[in-house]
Design a protein around this ligand. Structure first.
Ligand code: ATP
Ligand code: MG
Length: 638
C-alpha cells in the first residue's frame, strides 16, 4: 500500500448528504428515490425480511419512462447516443429518436406476444439496437437477459434455458477485429430443440446474408409498420427488470435478478456522485453492455441523467492500439470509464501512443472490474489524465447493481491513494471482518461485508433462492458476503485485495493476490502478472507467478526473475517470494477481461477446471497448462 496521496477533486464538498446518510440510511434513500419519476409513490421505503429486501413498496415505476420520457421535455433534441462501429460507421440518436425506436420496438415485442414478466434473451453486438431492445422490454415489464455477444452457443444455450426466454434478439453478425462473427448461426445452434423459444428477431448489422428459419423475423421488417407510441407499463417497484449472469471468475455464472425502483435509485444517485455528470459532458464507458457495467453505466444511469454518451462497437485496440485515444480526441470525451485490464494493455504499448493525441477534454477518469495496481493507477493519472483528472476506482459487483465503494468527486473531495477504492458510498455500511464476523482493527486483512441492505441489491438468483442464501448470506448471519478480501487502513480507506477464494496462505500468512500482483507489476518491465498457490509440504502453499512483459523487453529471464524477487521481497516481504516465475505472452481471462486465477490454480492442482464458458481464449489455457506441467516437476524436486 503506497503512502503517497493525490489531492485532486472537483471542488464539491457536500457534508449534508453524508450526514443524512449516516444518521438514517432508510430515510436517506427515501429522499434519493424522490428524484425519480414515479406513477405512484411508495407506502414503505424498505421491507426487509432477511435476506430479501424490497425497496419502495407500493410505488409504481417504469425504467424506460425514467430513461427516456423524462428527457423529452428539455432534452428531446439532445444527443443521447453517439455510436461508432468498429469499421468506422457512425450513428447519432437524440433522446427523441431513441424514445421513438424504443416505443416502436415495444409494440413489436407485444405483437409477438411478449408480456409483463416474460423473459427475452438479447444476444447483440454493441449497436444501438441493444439498448433499444432492453428499454423496450422494460417498457412492457418483460425481463431482459443480455448475453455478451462473444459467448459460444453452449454458453448462450445455458442462459436461454435457465431464463426460459420465449424470444431471442440477435444480429446477422457483429464486427470484431475486422472479422464478422456470425451471431445468427450461434443462436441457431443454441436454440436447437428449445421449443419454448417462439421467435428470433434478427437485426441486420453486417448484411452478409443469413438464411431465415420458421421462427426468424427481421428487425427492420417488424419495425416498418410498428406504432409510434407505447404506454409504459406501471410496474411495482420490485418488479424484475433483468437477469444478468455474472462474469464467472470464481465458478459457474449466477443468474442475478435485479428489480426496478431500488436499482434505478441507486444508479441515479451514484451516477452523479461518482461521475459528477453535467449537461455539457460527453461520457464514454468502454464496457460491453453484456456486463453489468454496461447495464448500469452505459444504459440506465447515463440515460436517466440525460447524458450524451459514446457507444463503441469493437475491440479497444483495433485497428490500432491508439483507437481509444483517437475516440477521446475526436469526440472530446470528458469522462472516461474503463478497466484495469484495458489500462495494463494500453500501458504495455508505451506512452508515445497516448502522448500523440489531444486528451485535454478529459476531466474525470474511472476504473472498474478488478483491483487496479497502484503503478497502473499512477500511469492513468499522469499519462492519460495529465494530473488534472480525479480517478474513481469503483468497487462493485453484478449483485450490488451499482457502485458501492468509490471516490465520489461529484459529492466531495478527498485525498486519493493509488490502489484504494477509497470509501463506501453514502447510505451503505461496508466494513472488514474476520472469519467469525467480528470487525477487524485497521490495517488487518479480512473479508469485505455489507451490513445493511442497499437499493441496488439483487432481489435473488433467478429461480434459486436457496443458492442466493447460501452464496451471499450463509457465511455471516447478518451481513452480505461479496467474496472479496479487503483491508481498511487508518483513514478508513478500503483496499480490495482480490477474491477471498484466491487468498494465498504461505506459512500461516495470508497474502492477497492483488497485493502480490501489484508488487510484481511495479517492476518497470512487467505489464501484467497473475499469481496462484500450489500445495507445498512445508509452507502449506507455494507461490507461482505468471508474468507478461511489456512490449519490446529483451532482458534475460534469469535477470528479470532476480529483479522481480527483489521487488517482492522489499514491498511485500520475503515470505511472498514466488517459488516459480513463468514468462507467458498472455494470461487466461474471462470474457469480461478478468484474470482467471481459479483456472491457474485448478490446473496447478490437477482439479476439474469447471465451467470455462467465460474464458476468453482457449489457447491461453494450454499455454498455462504447459507452463504448469513443467513447473510441477520442478516443484517436486525443490
Ligand atoms: P463470478 O461472481 O461469477 O465469479 P465476477 O465476480 O468476476 O464473476 P462481476 O460481478 O462482474 O463478476 O465482478 C465483481 C467482482 O469484480 C468483485 O467481487 C471484485 O472481486 C471485482 N471488482 C470489481 N471492481 C473492483 C475494484 N474497483 N477493485 C477491486 N476489485 C473489483
Ligand atoms: Mg462475483
Amino acid at each position: 500500500m503506497s503512502s503517497k496521496t493525490y489531492n485532486i477533486g472537483l471542488g464539491h464538498n457536500d457534508i449534508i448528504t453524508r450526514k443524512k446518510a449516516d444518521s438514517d440510511f432508510i430515510s436517506f434513500w427515501d429522499d434519493q428515490a424522490k428524484n425519480l419519476s414515479w406513477f405512484k409513490t411508495w407506502d414503505k421505503t424498505l421491507e426487509w425480511s432477511p435476506p430479501f429486501a424490497k425497496w419502495f413498496v407500493g410505488g409504481t415505476i417504469n425504467a424506460s419512462y425514467n430513461a427516456l420520457d423524462v428527457n423529452l421535455k428539455n432534452k428531446a433534441k439532445k444527443t443521447a447516443i453517439l455510436w461508432e462501429g468498429e469499421n468506422g460507421d457512425r450513428r447519432t440518436l437524440t433522446y427523441e429518436e431513441l424514445w421513438l425506436e424504443v416505443n416502436k420496438f415495444a409494440n413489436v415485442l407485444k405483437f409477438l406476444g411478449v408480456n409483463k414478466g416474460d423473459r427475452v434473451t438479447i444476444y447483440l453486438p454493441m449497436v444501438p439496437e441493444l439498448p433499444i431492445s432492453m428499454l423496450a422490454c422494460a417498457r412492457i415489464g418483460a425481463i431482459h437477459t443480455v448475453v455478451f455477444s462473444g459467448f459460444s452457443s453452449s454458453a448462450l444455450r445455458d442462459r436461454i434455458e435457465d431464463s426460459g426466454s420465449k424470444i431471442v434478439i440477435t444480429a446477422d453478425g457483429g464486427y470484431r477485429r475486422g472479422n464478422i462473427i456470425k451471431l445468427k448461426e450461434v443462436v441457431d445452434d443454441a436454440i436447437k430443440d428449445l421449443d419454448f423459444v417462439q421467435n428470433v428477431i434478427v437485426y441486420e448489422r453486417t448484411k452478409h446474408g443469413v438464411s431465415l428459419n420458421k421462427k426468424d423475423k427481421l428487425w427492420n421488417e417488424l419495425m416498418k409498420n410498428a406504432k409510434a407510441s407505447f404506454d409504459p407499463e406501471k410496474l411495482e417497484s420490485a418488479h424484475p427488470l433483468y437477469i444478468l449472469y455474472t462474469s464467472g471468475t470464481t465458478g459457474k455464472p449466477k443468474g442475478v435478478l435485479h428489480g426496478t425502483g431500488g436499482y434505478l435509485t441507486h444508479l441515479y444517485s451514484t451516477f452523479r456522485w461518482a461521475f459528477d455528470i453535467k449537461d455539457s459532458d460527453v461520457y464514454f464507458c468502454t464496457a460491453d453492455i453484456g456486463w453489468v457495467t454496461g447495464h448500469s453505466y452505459v444504459v440506465y444511469g447515463p440515460l436517466m441523467r440525460g447524458a450524451t454518451e459514446l457507444m463503441y462497437e469493437g475491440a479497444p485496440d483495433y485497428p490500432s492500439p491508439s483507437r481509444m485515444w483517437d475516440l477521446i480526441q475526436r469526440y472530446k470525451i470528458t469522462i472516461f470509464y474503463t478497466t484495469p485490464t484495458a489500462l495494463r494493455m494500453f500501458m504495455k504499448f508505451g506512452d508515445s501512443i497516448p502522448n500523440s493525441f489531444d486528451l485535454s477534454s478529459l476531466r474525470l477518469l474511472g476504473t472498474v472490474g478488478e483491483p487496479i495496481n497502484p503503478e497502473v493507477w499512477i500511469w492513468y493519472f499522469k499519462t492519460i489524465g495529465k494530473e488534472k483528472c480525479p480517478i474513481i476506482d469503483t468497487w462493485w459487483q453484478t449483485e450490488t447493481g451499482g457502485i458501492m465503494i468509490s471516490n465520489l468527486p461529484g459529492l466531495e473531495t478527498i485525498p486519493l491513494k493509488p490502489g484504494s477504492a477509497t470509501k463506501p458510498i453514502p447510505g451503505t455500511q461496508i466494513t472488514v471482518v474476520d472469519e467469525k464476523g467480528d470487525e477487524l482493527a485497521a490495517n488487518t486483512k479480512g473479508y469485505l461485508v455489507i451490513k445493511n441492505p442497499w437499493p441496488g441489491m439483487l432481489l435473488t438468483l433467478w429461480n434459486d433462492d436457496a443458492k442466493y442464501k447460501s452464496v451471499y448470506w450463509s457465511k455471516y448471519e447478518n451481513a452480505y458476503y461479496p467474496g472479496d478480501y479487503a483491508i481498511k487502513d487508518n483513514d478508513g480507506y478500503l483496499w480490495l485485495l482480490g477474491r477471498a477464494d484466491d487468498v494465498l496462505k504461505i506459512a500461516g500468512h495470508r497474502i492477497g493476490t492483488a497485493e502480490l500482483e501489484s508488487s510484481i507489476v511495479s517492476h518497470k518491465d512487467i505489464a501484467e502478472a497473475a499469481v496462484c498457490g500450489v500445495p507445498h509440504e512445508v509452507k502449506g502453499e507455494a507461490i507461482i507467478a505468471f508474468v507478461v512483459l511489456k512490449e519490446g523487453i529483451k532482458k534475460p529471464f534469469d535477470l528479470l526473475k532476480k529483479e522481480i524477487i527483489e521487488v517482492v521481497r522489499s514491498s511485500v516481504g520475503a515470505i511472498a517470494t514466488p517459488e516459480q516465475i513463468h514468462f507467458v505472452t498472455r494470461l487466461p481471462k474471462t470474457r469480461s477481461g478478468k484474470i482467471m486465477r481459479r483456472l491457474l490454480k485448478a490446473i496447478a492442482n490437477n482439479d476439474n477446471i469447471g465451467d470455462v464458458s467465460t474464458l476468453e481464449d482457449g489457447a491461453a489455457v494450454s499455454e498455462v497448462q504447459d507452463a504448469l506441467n513443467e513447473l510441477k516437476s520442478t516443484i517436486k524436486n525443490n
